[in-house]
Design a protein around this ligand. Structure first.
Ligand code: GBH
Length: 486
C-alpha cells in the first residue's frame, strides 16, 4: 500500500505498539508529600533557582501525583497501547536505602499501574529518570561505585512490588545527559564541574548497576514474571559536514563518544567502551601527565557481565547534528577527548528548543546505523517529540510527528530495522528541566495559570489518536535532499 497516490496510508506491522512517555519529576509534583524524601532535582531547584528558566520548579508540576486518574483517562482517549512513566526513587525510599520504605509511595505506583491496566494500557516503567535521592548524592552520587548496590536494592523492591504486572522495564533514562551532572554546572544536578573525569566515573557505575539489575531480573524474576528489561540511550543522528575522510571519522567519533560510550559495552559483540574512546582518552591522559586514563577500565569479567545485558535497546531521539573534525570544550573534557565539533544547519526547521531542529531523514539514518552497528538489535523508541510555546493549534508538532513517524515506517518496512514500539514525548506539557515550563512538548496542553492545571487536547492529539488506533500513518515522503552546512 505504498503507492504514489494521495492519502496513501502506511500500515505498521501487526503487534506494533504506540504510546506516550513522561518522567516522575517532570509531572508528579507533590515533592514533599506523603513521606517522599528529597532528591537531587528538588535540592538543586531550591538551592539554585537561578539555574532554571523563570526560577521554575517541579514542586507542583502537573500534579499527576493527585491527578493520575484523569491522566490515565487522557491516555486511554489517545488510544495508547502503553504508557512509559518513571518511578521517583525518593518517593519510595526517602533515604535512598532500605532503612525506610515509604508505603504511601509504593501505593501511588500500585494505583497508577492498576488504573492503566484497567483501561487496557500497558505500564512501561523507567526505574531512574534523573532523580537520585539526595541522601545518596551525599555519598558522592554516581561516581561512587557503592551505588551499584543501592540501585540493585531499589530495583529489587520495584520488581518485587510491581513485576507481576510490569512486563517492560527500563533501568536508566539517558545516562549521556544525567552523568553531565558530574561534568558541568547549571545543567543537571548535582552540578559538579569535573568534565572528562566525573562523567566517566559516573557512567562506569551506571553501566555496572544496569548490568547488575539485568542479571538479577534475568536469573531471579524472569522465569516467573516473563518480562523484559533494558536501558534507554539517546543520540542525535550525526551527519558528516562533508564526504571527506576527516569529517566521516569525526562523525564516527561523535557517535561513539555520545552513544557507543554506553551502547558498545552492552550491545556490541566485543563489549567494553569503544576502542576509539579508550585510545583517545588514554593518550590525552598520558599527555596530561596522569598515571592512568581518566576513562576507567573494566576487568574482563566486568566486560562479559555487561555485554548482552539488555533485551532490547530503548532509544530517545529528537534531532540531527553535523560533525567536523576539531577541538571544543574545556580541557580536559569528553568533548575535547572526542575531537569532533557539532553544529546544526540554520536552514533546518526550528522548534521552541534551540537544540531541536526538524530532520526526519536523520531518524531513518540513525535507525539504519543502529541496525548495522549493533547487529540487528531490537529497538523500542522510548521518546520522540517536538517543542513549541504551548499552542493548542500545534501545527509544528503535527508536522513533526507525521514526518518522523513516516521515517520510522520507512526504516522498518523498507530498510528492515527491528523496531517494535514507539513512544511520543510527551503525553502532556511538563517541567522541561532547566528550561522550566517555557518549552512545551505535550500532546495535551496544561494550563499553569489555572490552579486546576486543566488539561486540554492539542490538535496533535487528534492526529496521534488516529495513528495509534489505526496503526497507520498518512504517507509523507521523507526528503532525501537536505543541506548540511553550519
Ligand atoms: C529527553 O532528553 C528527556 O528524557 C526528557 O526528560 C526531556 O523532557 C525530553 O527529552 C525533551 O527535552 O541546549 O546544549 O543544553 C532529550 C535530550 C539532549 C535534550 C540535550 C536537551 C540540551 C542541549 N536532551 N539537550 S543544550
Amino acid at each position: 500500500d505504498d503507492g504514489d497516490g494521495e492519502n496513501v496510508k502506511r500500515t505498521f506491522p501487526a503487534g506494533f505498539m504506540f504510546g506516550t512517555a513522561t518522567a516522575a519529576y517532570q509531572v508528579e509534583g507533590a515533592w514533599n508529600e506523603d513521606g517522599k524524601g528529597e532528591n537531587i532535582w528538588d535540592h538543586m531547584v531550591h538551592e539554585h533557582p537561578e539555574y532554571i528558566r523563570d526560577n521554575a520548579t517541579g514542586d507542583i508540576a502537573d500534579d499527576s501525583y493527585h491527578k493520575y486518574e484523569e491522566d490515565v483517562r487522557l491516555l486511554a482517549e489517545l488510544g495508547s497501547d502503553f504508557y512509559r512513566f518513571s518511578i521517583s526513587w525518593a518517593r519510595i525510599l526517602p533515604k535512598g536505602d532500605l532503612s525506610q520504605i515509604n508505603q504511601l509511595g509504593l501505593n501511588y505506583y500500585d494505583n497508577l499501574i492498576n488504573e492503566l491496566l484497567d483501561k487496557g494500557i500497558e505500564p512501561l516503567v523507567t526505574m531512574y529518570h534523573w532523580d537520585l535521592p539526595q541522601a545518596l548524592q551525599e555519598l558522592g552520587g554516581w561516581p561512587n561505585p557503592i551505588l551499584v548496590d543501592y540501585f540493585e536494592d531499589y530495583a529489587r523492591l520495584l520488581i518485587e512490588s510491581y513485576g507481576d504486572r510490569v512486563k517492560h522495564w527500563i533501568t536508566f533514562n539517558e545516562p549521556l545527559e544525567f552523568t553531565m551532572g558530574y561534568a558541568k554546572e547549571a545543567y543537571m544536578p548535582p552540578s559538579i564541574n569535573k568534565p572528562g573525569v566525573g562523567d566517566y566515573l559516573a557512567t562506569h557505575t551506571v553501566l555496572l548497576a544496569h548490568a547488575r539489575v539485568y542479571h538479577m531480573y534475568d536469573t531471579e524474576y524472569r522465569p516467573t514474571q516473563q518480562g523484559n528489561i533494558s536501558i534507554t540511550l539517546n543520540t542525535d543522528w550525526v551527519e558528516p559536514a562533508s564526504d571527506s575522510p576527516e569529517d566521516i571519522a569525526a562523525q564516527d567519533r561523535m557517535l561513539q563518544f555520545n552513544f557507543g560510550w554506553f551502547a558498545h559495552p552492552i550491545f556490541s559483540e566485543e563489549g567494553d567502551y569503544p576502542q576509539v574512546m579508550r585510545e583517545r582518552v588514554a593518550a590525552n591522559s598520558e599527555a596530561e601527565g596522569l598515571p592512568r586514563s581518566r576513562l576507567p577500565t573494566f576487568t574482563p569479567e566486568e566486560v562479559a557481565f555487561i555485554r548482552g545485558s539488555s533485551d532490547f535497546l530503548g532509544l530517545n531521539h529528537y534531532t540531527t547534528s553535523i560533525a567536523t573534525s576539531g577541538e571544543e570544550g574545556p580541557n580536559p573534557s569528553r568533548d575535547r577527548d572526542r575531537g569532533s565539533v557539532g553544529c546544526q544547519d540554520p536552514t533546518w526547521p526550528t522548534s521552541a528548543s534551540s537544540w531541536l531542529k526538524v530532520a526526519p531523514w536523520g531518524f531513518r539514518k540513525l535507525l539504519n546505523w543502529l541496525h548495522k552497528e549493533y547487529n540487528g538489535v531490537t529497538i523500542m523508541v522510548t521518546e520522540n517529540g517536538f517543542s513549541d510555546s504551548g499552542e493548542l493549534n500545534d501545527a509544528g508538532r503535527e508536522n513533526y510527528y507525521k514526518t518522523y513517524i513516516n521515517a520510522l515506517w520507512e526504516a522498518i518496512m523498507i530498510d528492515g530495522v527491528n523496531v517494535f514500539a514507539y513512544a511520543a514525548w510527551s503525553a502532556l506539557d511538563n517541567f522541561e528541566w532547566t528550561r522550566g515550563y517555557a518549552e512545551r512538548f505535550g500532546i495535551y496542553h496544561v494550563n499553569y495559570d489555572d490552579p486546576n492545571l486543566t488539561r486540554t487536547p492539542k490538535s496533535s492529539a487528534q492526529l496521534l489518536k488516529s495513528i495509534f488506533t489505526e496503526k497507520m500513518v498518512e504517507k509523507v515522503e521523507t526528503p532525501s535532499e537536505y543541506s548540511r552546512s553550519c
